[in-house]
Ligand binder design. Structure first.
Ligand code: ADP
Length: 438
């Protein structure tokens, strides 16, 4: 059962402080009136006494009120509350304004999303339980100097955050300024990822170069030592050394092409090129490899021109990689189909699925690729079977290069495969917009 704690006197609706003062004044007034009526106290003395009692009852009330407002300011309502709130809310990164004790005054939506435990008027130390943050907060409060802390947030995914705590004077309602702490969070995850990728890339490239280099130096030792006077062994070893040297050259070539394309990734090619002769040139160049692998190349191209804004050399490289892969990895199918189609969506929109495209399909009928590998094929040095790729003279960089070239052309790569039935790699290019007639 609910208990009604409301006092039932005539003062009930009055605030506590006012109620107490009113009772004191009423009692004093009654006592003085009785004394004056009995002739025990002159009226003037009674009036003076009453004035003193009124002052005594009201002054502490005023003091209490002032202290309470200062407390309000510190905990939740700094003077320029609306302005401060708007600034914190408008910050693009997660931001929290704290008072001197570390209590949250304001926080923006990004901060609540990042740390849902952070709540207004509650201590940030309780919400952010990282010892590093607590130390930084304590130091910033003690020294009034900015402090930084980095920490790893692992739920729901790994995120590296940097937190900066900056002491800021916030103007108060009574003039002057209250020392507050502005805590901002910066997501370092993308930078860390790039750093990890760079380190992985250097490790992979060094490893790929070291393997043929070790083979070369081993054969040089053998030729200088045990095989010095063995012309047959010399011939064989020189052949292997030549293949290894070519492999290194190919790797360096691919690495340089990749870095060139990456450097110019933001500059879209502006030369008009016809896709049809470029594809034909690549197919002609790979006829020797096709007959060596006993694969027939079927070409199904429309009448030229099929014009896009493109870089001829890069496009040659792109089709060479796709068709060579089909000949190398899909040779067992005995057939490779290279075709060019026009893709016109029902509703033409911006880039991607909804925009008109030219699509160059390279289809083979080999073993295909298991679905778990598909999303990773365009990563640098990713290979389904490293041994197979090396045996085919692969570097693991071909599809990565293809992806970057397509990105520069504002296109995209689609990969489909049914294991045991082959694979289809589709290079999609946005069609040129027809000139607008005015
Ligand atoms: P690589 O130099 O090894 O050929 P790529 O980046 O061109 O490097 O290809 C990455 C991997 O993708 C290859 O090692 C191979 O395992 C797989 N792959 C590429 N094309 C095909 C294909 N047509 N059929 C089956 N697997 C393929």
């Amino acid at each position: 059962m609910a208990i009604d704690e409301t006092p039932s006197s005539i003062f009930a609706p009055w605030p506590d402080r006012l109620r107490h003062s009113a009772i004191i004044l009423l009692a004093a007034g009654l006592a003085l009136t009785v004394l004056v009526a009995l002739g025990e106290l002159p009226l003037v003395a009674a009036a003076a006494a009453f004035a003193l009692i009124v002052a005594a009852a009201l002054v502490p009330w005023r003091l209490h009120d002032a202290a309470a407002s200062r407390d309000d300011v510190r905990t939740e309502d700094p003077v320029e509350a609306a302005a401060v709130n708007a600034i914190v809310a408008g910050m693009p990164d997660p931001a929290v304004l704290l008072d001197r004790a570390g209590r949250v005054i304001h926080l923006n939506a990004a901060a609540s999303q990042l740390a849902p435990a952070l709540r207004k008027n509650e201590l940030a130390q309780f919400a952010l339980r990282s010892p590093e943050i607590i130390t930084a907060l304590r130091e910033a409060i003690a020294t009034t100097q900015p402090r930084r802390a980095t920490y790893l947030d692992q739920v729901p995914i790994d995120r590296w955050m940097e937190l900066v705590i900056t002491p800021v004077p916030v103007p108060t309602r009574f003039g002057g300024a209250d020392k507050c702490m502005l805590m901002t969070f910066h997501d370092l995850t993308p930078l860390r990822r790039v750093e990890e990728m760079r380190a992985d890339f250097v490790a992979n490239a060094s490893h790929e170069l070291r393997t043929p280099l070790a083979a070369l130096s081993g054969f040089i030792d053998t030729l200088q030592g045990p095989a010095r006077d063995d012309p047959k062994a010399r011939e064989r070893f020189l052949g292997i050394m030549q293949a290894q040297a070519r492999r290194m050259a190919r790797l360096i070539d691919d690495l340089l092409s990749l870095s060139r394309v990456e450097l110019s990734a933001h500059v879209r090619p502006d030369t008009l090129v016809d896709l049809v002769p470029i594809i034909r040139q690549v197919v002609d160049g790979l006829e020797a490899l096709a007959s060596e692998r006993q694969v027939e190349i079927d070409v199904d191209l429309p009448e030229p021109p099929v014009t896009i804004a493109g870089d001829r050399e890069e496009l040659l490289r792109l089709f060479e990689n796709l068709i060579e892969n089909a000949l190398k990895y899909g040779a067992s199918g005995g057939r490779v189909v290279v075709s060019l189609t026009t893709f016109a969506p029902a509703k033409a929109g911006g880039a991607g699925e909804g925009a008109p495209e030219y699509r160059v399909l390279v289809r083979d009928f080999g073993p295909g690729i298991a679905p778990e590998h598909l999303p990773r094929l365009t990563e640098r040095f990713y290979r389904v079977d490293v041994g197979d790729s090396r045996a085919q003279g692969g570097t693991g960089l071909g599809l990565s290069l293809v992806k970057h070239i397509l990105a520069r052309h504002r296109g995209r790569l689609l990969i489909e495969s049914v294991p045991k039935s082959g694979a289809t790699f589709t290079a999609c290019f946005p069609q040129l917009r027809p000139p607008t007639t005015t």
